[in-house]
Design a protein around this ligand. Sequence first.
Ligand code: SME
Length: 154
Amino acid sequence: MSSHDHVLNEITRQVQSEPDQDRAMAAAVATLKRRMPDYSWVGIYLLDGNELVLGPFEGTPSPHTRIPLGRGICGAAASEKATIIVDDVNADPRYLACSVETKSEIAVPIMAGADVLGEIDIDSDRHAAFGAADKTLLEAVAALLAARMSVRSR
Ligand code: SME
């Protein structure tokens, strides 16, 4: 089993055994930050109207606590309803800087059917840190969180 699979198993257990949605999100964020050495900043944004609002995060506090849907790599991923991987953030005009150390980023929408509920955003201090295994892991974590969020809103 790959390390990504182990991390997904750990987060699956955490999310499914934690009845509180906010604590489930915080536990997933903490595990990703602790277990994945290249994940320098890990956070979850939740959609509120046309803005992504920062929820639980691990890493240096970001100045971007509210991001309009049309802005940043985060806003683009939520608008396009698709994961975005940026190997070199400094070469991407959409990028909203959070830390000067950041080199690459992945933004993964949390979807309920066709609706965006929020997203997982991760920065790395390493160039091109995110690949197919990270996309698979984080989309699975997003699906776990989406299931929990839709349960609460019913
Ligand atoms: N880099 C993001 C902004 C969020 S911070 O990285 C935490 C973006 O371009 O949308």
